[in-house]
Design a binder for this molecule. Structure first.
Ligand SMILES: [Zn+2]
Length: 420
C-alpha cells in the first residue's frame, strides 16, 4: 500500500500556506503516505497523472469528502486545559461587575484554583481534563499546548504536568506541555518573592527537566504578579536548562515583557492587549510570535490586542483560546478565528492562519504542523461546508465533520480511544 489515506471530491482546501492560502475549483484530492505525512494536495487530474495505479488499489483508506472543504487540523497554542475545578461562582461575581484584581484580592482567581488542585488526585485531574480535551478534539484541534500553573508548589506542578503527560499517551493528538509555576505568588510567598523564585529556579525547573515533563517555561509578567526583573531571572534559568521560552505579558500593563521576550528569543509572547509600538517593532524584528487571545478579551471584558496593526508591522500573529477556568472558560478555537475576522479586522485568511500555521510556529512546530503541504503531518479536518470562508462566517457553530491525525481518522462521536 502506497497511501494510508486518500481524500477525494474536495471542493476547496484552505492550505495555511502564505500567498497561496486557498485551492479551489472542486474535484481536489489530498493523499497521505504510510508514515502519515501529506504527499499530495491538488486536482484529481494532477493526482491521476502522478499516480499510475488505481488509487483504490494502493490506498488503505479512501474518503469521499462529498464536495466539502478541508482545513489543516487546528492548533491551539495557548491553553491551561489541565485544572481541577471550575470557578463559576467567580464568573457570577464578575457578571455582577467585580474586576480580575478584586476577585484575586478576595482569595479568588489563580489561588482559588491552586487550593483545589492541591487537594485533587492525579486520577481526578486526568478524568476531568480528558473530557475537556475530547471536546476540544471534536472542535478540530489536533495540536494543543497545555500549561501547568494551578498548583504553585513543586509536588502540585509536577502532578499537573504528569496529567498532561498521561493525556499525551492516551490521545493521538499532539500535546505540548509548558511549565507555568510562575503564574502567581502562593499566599505564603506574597511578601517573599525571592523565596518562591528560588523554589522555581532551584527545585521546580531542574526536577521538571530531569523528568522531561515540559518543553517550554512561561511566566505571568504583570503588576501584582511577576515583575520584569523577576521574569528575566526565571526565563534565564529556564533557558540555561534548555527549555524553550513563552511569556504572558502586556495584558493589563506594559512592563516591558514583550521586549524582554523578543530579546531572549522566546517562541511567543501572549495576551498583548496593552502592547506598545516599541513592543510591536521588537516582535517584528525578532520573529517571536504574538499570541492573541480574543476570547479572553470578551470573557474578561478586556480591550482586544491590536492584531491587525501587529500583522501590518510584520509580526506573526497566532490566535488561541487561553482555555482556563478563570478568564476564558472556552476551548472552541474556531471562535477565535471568527472574532479575529469581525472584531480584530483580520482577513479570513489571516484569521485562519492564526489558528493553524501561526499557532504551529509559536509551538516550534511550523515544520510539521499547521498547513497542508507535502512533508507535513496529515492532520486534516473535513468541514461540513462547501466554501472555505463559511465556517468562519457562520460562527459559534461546530462545522467539523471528520478529524484525521497523521492520516488516521479519529472517532469524535464515540470519543473512547479515538482512533478508528
Ligand atoms: Zn494564559
Amino acid at each position: 500500500m502506497k497511501y494510508s489515506l486518500v481524500i477525494n471530491n474536495i471542493s476547496e482546501i484552505f492550505t495555511g500556506i502564505k500567498g497561496r492560502e486557498v485551492l479551489s475549483g472542486g474535484n481536489l484530492v489530498i493523499a497521505a503516505d504510510c508514515d502519515g505525512k501529506i504527499c499530495f494536495a491538488g486536482t484529481q487530474d494532477e493526482f491521476l497523472e502522478h499516480e499510475s495505479e488505481d488509487p483504490a488499489l494502493c490506498s488503505k483508506k479512501i474518503v469521499d469528502a462529498g464536495n466539502r472543504v478541508i482545513y489543516p487540523g487546528f492548533v491551539d497554542s495557548h491553553t491551561h486545559l489541565v485544572f481541577a475545578a471550575t470557578r463559576e461562582d467567580e464568573f457570577a461575581l464578575k457578571a455582577g461587575g467585580a474586576t480580575y484584581e478584586e476577585i484575586s484580592a478576595s482569595g479568588g482567581g489563580i489561588l482559588n484554583s491552586a487550593e483545589k488542585t492541591k487537594r485533587a488526585s492525579l486520577e481526578m485531574i486526568v478524568e476531568q481534563s480528558s473530557k475537556r480535551l475530547e471536546q476540544v478534539i471534536a472542535y478540530g484541534v489536533t495540536t494543543i499546548e497545555i500549561k501547568s500553573g494551578y498548583a504553585l508548589d513543586t509536588t502540585g506542578e509536577i502532578k499537573l504536568l504528569k496529567a498532561a503527560e498521561i493525556l499525551k499517551k492516551k490521545y493521538p493528538v499532539e500535546i505540548v506541555p509548558t511549565f507555568l509555576g510562575a503564574h502567581a505568588y502562593p499566599e505564603k510567598f506574597k511578601k517573599d518573592h525571592e523565596g518562591y523564585i528560588d523554589i522555581i529556579i532551584s527545585e521546580m525547573i531542574p526536577e521538571i527537566k530531569s523528568q522531561n515533563l515540559a518543553e517550554f517555561v512561561d511566566v505571568f509578567c504583570e503588576d501584582g504578579y511577576f515583575s520584569l526583573k523577576e521574569t528575566e531571572k526565571i526565563l534565564s534559568a529556564a533557558k540555561s536548562h534548555g527549555f524553550g521560552l513563552k511569556l504572558h505579558a502586556d495584558e493589563f500593563n506594559s512592563l516591558g515583557g514583550t521586549e524582554l521576550a523578543a530579546e531572549m528569543g522566546a517562541v511567543s509572547v501572549d495576551h498583548l492587549e496593552e502592547i506598545t509600538e516599541k513592543g510591536m517593532e521588537k516582535l517584528a524584528m525578532s520573529g517571536t510570535v504574538a499570541g492573541v487571545l480574543p476570547i479572553t478579551s470578551i470573557f474578561s471584558r478586556l480591550p482586544f490586542a491590536p492584531a491587525k496593526e501587529m500583522m501590518e508591522k510584520g509580526v506573526t500573529v497566532a490566535l488561541a483560546t487561553d482555555f482556563n477556568p478563570g478568564s476564558s472558560m472556552c476551548g472552541f478555537l474556531p471562535l477565535a478565528a471568527s472574532i479575529g475576522a469581525t472584531q480584530l479586522k483580520l482577513s479570513v485568511e489571516d484569521a485562519l492562519m492564526g489558528i493553524t500555521i501561526n499557532g504551529a510556529i509559536s509551538l516550534n512546530r511550523g515544520d510539521r504542523k499547521g498547513s497542508i503541504e507535502p512533508g507535513k503531518d496529515a492532520d486534516l479536518l473535513i468541514m461540513d461546508a462547501s466554501s472555505w470562508i463559511y465556517p468562519v462566517y457562520h460562527f459559534g457553530h461546530n462545522h467539523v465533520l471528520k478529524v484525521f491525525v497523521k492520516g488516521q481518522e479519529l472517532d469524535i462521536e464515540k470519543r473512547e480511544g479515538l482512533i478508528i
